[in-house]
Design a protein around this ligand. Structure first.
Ligand SMILES: O=C(O)C(=O)C[C@H](O)C(=O)CO
Ligand SMILES: [Zn+2]
Length: 278
């Protein structure tokens, strides 16, 4: 298990960043490696991001050694989305089977998590978001069918998409984690239109189902000072509360979004008109 640390950056710092520095601060690559568990501890609302891809072997994790607690989820909750083939997750001996686009909510207090794939040919790809939690909620599998869908956008503007809410008060309760998956409609390229800010929550995106030769151009930064990150399949980006977020892919893609902060009000956002971006 690896645990990288990201300290984040303030909007004024980013003005002077070159491409590499921007990528180092806001982009996580190599989350999914065969038979490895990789985490990044961010100081952006203390969100931990992770990827686990069991191929030949089961992978166990849960130690709190890197974060100074008796175990990883001693004071945290976690959402685990399966972006690959069928897999299982055992949480302290309770086993859940996750198909593609199912999400497992793991409540505070879980000590050991063991993940495995049904087939080494189509391995599960488990993407994780973990945030500090003040209460114990039971672990719960949220299937793709159980997620709350929201149809957004317009094909004529190349931004038609379906958003599915999984970890959300109306679907499955949590302390402060929100998590969902957005799929672009065929022929649409733009996500998160209109771009927005949410001062009371940070967000992280993990782009997936993107062909190896394609990229998502992910926009970030203050509305009057935008920057972009060129993102490949399986990469995750951090969006602090001060940053707009939106993106366009050069081919089909989907993404997992996760949020935490002061509230769980999905609609507590401030849209920014595209014409006001610089
Ligand atoms: O395509 C979208 O719109 C999204 O998926 C938006 C994200 O869920 C988001 O930014 C929530 O604040
Ligand atoms: Zn957002």
């Amino acid at each position: 298990m690896t645990m990288k640390v990201l300290y984040g950056a303030a909007p004024d710092d980013v003005k002077g960043y070159d491409t590499q520095r921007l990528r180092d601060a806001f982009l996580m690559t190599d989350l999914f490696a065969a038979d490895r568990v990789n985490f990044a501890y961010t100081h952006v609302d203390r969100l931990i991001l992770g990827g686990a891809m069991p191929v030949e072997t089961r992978l166990a994790f849960g130690s709190g050694e890197d974060i100074g607690t008796p175990y990883l989820l001693f004071a945290r909750e976690m959402g685990i989305a399966n972006l690959g083939g069928t897999g299982t997750i055992a949480v302290d001996g309770e086993t859940f089977t996750l198909e593609n686009r199912d999400v497992l909510y793991v409540g505070r207090g879980a000590r050991e998590i063991v993940v495995s794939s049904l087939s080494a040919d189509v391995p599960a790809r488990f993407y994780m978001n973990s945030v500090p939690a003040g209460t114990d909620f039971p672990h719960r599998l949220i299937t793709r069918k159980e997620a709350k869908p929201l149809d957004l956008g317009d094909a004529r503007r190349s931004n038609k998409r379906r958003l599915a809410m999984y970890i959300h008060p109306e679907v499955s309760p949590s302390c402060l984690l929100l998590m969902g998956i957005t799929d672009l409609a065929e022929g649409s390229a733009w996500n998160t239109m209109p771009p927005h800010l949410h001062e009371r929550r940070m967000e992280a995106y993990c782009y997936f189902d993107l062909a190896p030769e394609d990229r998502v151009m992910h926009m970030m930064g203050r509305p009057e000072e935008t920057r972009h990150l060129v993102v490949a399949n399986g990469d995750a980006v951090l969006s602090p509360a001060w940053s707009i977020h939106m993106g366009a892919g050069t081919g089909p893609y989907a993404f997992v979004w996760g949020m935490t902060g002061e509230n769980q009000e999905y609609n507590d956002v401030s849209p920014v008109a595209v014409a006001d971006l610089k």
